[in-house]
Design a protein around this ligand. Structure first.
Ligand code: CTP
Length: 403
């Protein structure tokens, strides 16, 4: 499912070395279903050619306000009227200053002044230029004027220096553009999520874990961020990148064992919603060996298990008594091999939670797809098979209505 289907994006490019990444950005936006119309400043053409951008977008590129290919010769009006957003990547310090003052001396700046759609900019410049009081003033003014700033990030710069001012990566910009278009149903809300498997050590080299990939939990984290929430993600061992990290609205804590996950989660219960998506080991090894257990002839070692705490149960019940505050709206997950509805209903009652989500089908672990059965006091509802991110967005909207 493409996340930018039918969206029309005017992609502005100003003069900066980061422009070498803009063709990739255009490709990602198009891959998500957007139609992209490129507008380049004169300086931008020193870094990337209009031929490249035309070939990638399939649309002629506009570079001049004196372009007579538009019938009324008013490219600055025509282009902005048909756009859902104007996105400028990279946005130079010079262009930021111009936009913040309302100057309009070329097609891109005139287009921004004449626009009736949102403007998103991805600044890119040397760290000294970014830190300069004048650029900070421009950033504040633009923010005040309702312009969305994507980044910049900190890191290695083309000039050889290290610091703030680097343009976000094309994938990060594309994800933030996608997020921009999602329904903002969780603004001002805090969402806590456990995700992935846990790992219970047997000795320093072995352990017990499960097939959870973390994809569903991470998709829920991304969907919650897209909806405007602050997110706390407690992740078991998995390789997934932190979703929408560049927004600064997500804090990720990596844990290994169920006990660590329990401690990290219980320390973060000051939230409005808790999604317990992790596949938590029900038992750990009572005394993990300090040294690697050696082969014992044909025999096998005996191992004693101890029950792990139930994180979801504890979040659902203890918060209320500890702080006097209402506990967060708790959403549990159930992956069953048989009788999903029966087991999910039993868990809903046993854990004292308002909603449980069952994974329908045995093939959900590791897959990008899933189908869900959502159960709460009002009954049960199926969410048809789709990509996990798409399911996560639907789930977030359901939960947002509940709180
Ligand atoms: N869960 C949890 N802590 C645990 C075990 C489970 O927070 N120690 C949460 C899971 O994240 C999930 C829900 O409880 O949201 C159900 O997990 P599941 O493993 O299916 O249920 P259990 O209670 O462990 O029961 P069983 O293993 O018998 O199915």
């Amino acid at each position: 499912m493409q996340s930018l289907l039918n969206k029309k994006i005017v992609l502005g490019i100003s003069g900066g070395i980061a422009a070498y990444k803009t063709p990739e950005l255009a490709r990602l936006l198009i891959q998500e279903g957007a139609s992209v119309q490129v507008v380049m400043t004169e300086a931008a053409q020193q870094f990337v050619t209009s031929v490249t951008m035309q070939a990638l977008t399939g649309n002629p590129v506009f570079t001049s306000q004196w372009d007579n290919s538009i019938s009324n010769n008013m490219a600055h009006i025509e282009l902005s009227r048909s756009a859902d957003i104007i996105l400028i990547a990279p946005t130079s310090a010079d262009l930021m200053a111009k936009l913040s003052l309302g100057l309009a001396d070329d097609l891109l700046s005139t287009l921004c002044l004449a626009r009736d759609c949102p403007l998103l900019i991805a600044p890119a410049m040397n760290k000294q230029m970014w830190e300069h009081a004048a650029t900070q003033r421009s950033a504040d003014r633009l923010h005040h004027d309702g312009v969305t700033l994507l980044g910049p990030a900190s890191g290695f710069q083309a000039c050889g220096e290290v610091g703030m001012g680097r343009m976000l990566e094309p994938a990060e910009i594309s994800e933030q553009v996608i997020a921009f278009f999602q329904k903002k149903s969780l603004v001002g809300k805090k969402v806590l999520i456990t995700a992935g498997p846990t790992f219970e050590a047997i000795d320093p080299v072995r352990g017990i874990t499960n097939h959870s990939s973390g994809k569903m939990g991470f998709a829920i984290a991304r969907a919650a961020l897209e909806a405007g929430a602050q997110v706390r993600l407690i992740a078991g061992p998995c390789d997934l990148p932190t979703p929408l990290e560049a927004t600064g609205k997500i804090i990720r804590t990596n844990v290994v064992s169920a006990k660590e996950m329990h401690a990290a989660t219980l320390a973060a219960t000051d939230c409005d919603v808790f999604f317990a998506v992790a596949a938590v080991a029900d038992w750990g090894i009572a005394k993990p060996a300090k040294e690697k257990i050696k082969r014992q002839g044909d025999g096998a070692p005996n191992m004693e298990f101890v029950a792990n705490p139930d994180i979801l149960l504890d979040v659902a019940k203890t918060v209320k008594t500890k702080s006097g505050k209402p506990s967060p709206y708790c959403v549990g997950f159930a992956a069953e091999s048989t009788d999903l509805e029966k087991h999910a209903d039993e868990k809903l009652k046993r854990k004292g939670i308002p909603m449980i989500v069952g994974n329908i089908g045995p093939d959900t672990f590791g897959s990008d797809f899933n189908q869900l059965l959502v159960m709460d006091a009002s009954g049960s509802k199926k969410i048809a098979k789709a990509e996990k991110l798409h399911l996560a967005r639907q789930l977030i909207q359901l939960v947002a209505k509940k709180i």
